[in-house]
Design a protein around this ligand. Structure first.
Ligand code: C5P
Length: 223
């Protein structure tokens, strides 16, 4: 796609859930399908970017022309992303990274005996925050999955994480789009502006979001 909106730019995208092992056969995970991240990777590729996708376990095929690296845990995703940030112009964090991971992984399958079993969890590292804190950071795009007060949470996340742009969608309850759905609607904000991308297929939303990201990237990176 020579001459595309993102041609000559390197885009790094994280997608899907992570799986945090409890023992050799069990894990803690979440409902992320990876569809939004995969759709964004395909859209960025169509826009001419050189795209790398760091993906947690999902049931999707790697998008054509996109270097896809599969990982399992939040720690592995952190490492795979951080190893590539110096070759990245735009980072898009769509992954639903686990916030907590078992403090210890049992070496053998945990047997059922007692009525209660307690798991101790430790916080995982925030990948988006780590990238936004780099001295020579790329343009950083974060996602927010909220169940209410979407606009306020998105603005707060922009500041708290040091991101350049945040895209938020409503999930859960009666929300029309989000996890495991094929459609999505986004509220997008950055310092100095915001807009709504109305409900559409994830393919179409990805296409519109990539256009918006390109616009904001060039607004901040042209002298
Ligand atoms: O803090 P919260 O999980 O609500 O923020 C979501 C955004 O932060 C997403 O872009 C997600 O990919 C990113 N994130 C991350 N590393 C974490 C947790 C979230 O990069 N450990």
């Amino acid at each position: 796609a020579a001459g595309g909106l993102l041609s000559g730019l390197r885009v790094l995208i994280s997608a899907g859930p992570t799986r945090e092992p409890i023992d050799p056969v069990r894990f803690i995970g979440n409902r992320s399908s990876g569809k939004m991240g995969y759709a964004l990777a395909a859209a960025a590729r169509r826009a001419g970017a050189d795209v790398t996708l760091i993906s947690g376990p999902v049931a999707l095929d790697a998008p054509a022309g996109v270097e896809t690296v599969r990982v399992e845990t939040a720690a592995e995703m952190h490492e795979a992303v951080m190893a590539r940030t110096d070759r990245t112009d735009i980072y898009i964090g769509t992954a639903a990274v686990a916030d907590y991971t078992p403090a210890r992984v049992a070496d053998a399958k945990i047997k059922k005996h007692a009525d209660r079993l307690e798991l101790t969890l430790s916080r995982t590292r925030d990948i988006l925050r780590s990238i936004a804190a780099l001295p020579d950071k790329p343009f950083v795009v974060g996602f927010a999955a909220e169940t209410g007060e979407v606009e306020a949470h998105a603005r707060a996340k922009l500041e708290a994480k040091g991101a350049d742009l945040v895209a938020a969608n409503e999930v859960g309850g009666a929300a029309p789009g989000g996890f495991e759905r094929d459609e999505n609607a986004l509220f997008v904000c950055w310092r100095g502006g915001e807009c709504h991308l109305p409900l559409a297929s994830k393919t179409e939303i990805a296409h519109r979001l990539i256009r918006l990201i390109a616009e904001r990237y060039y607004a901040e990176n042209t002298d």
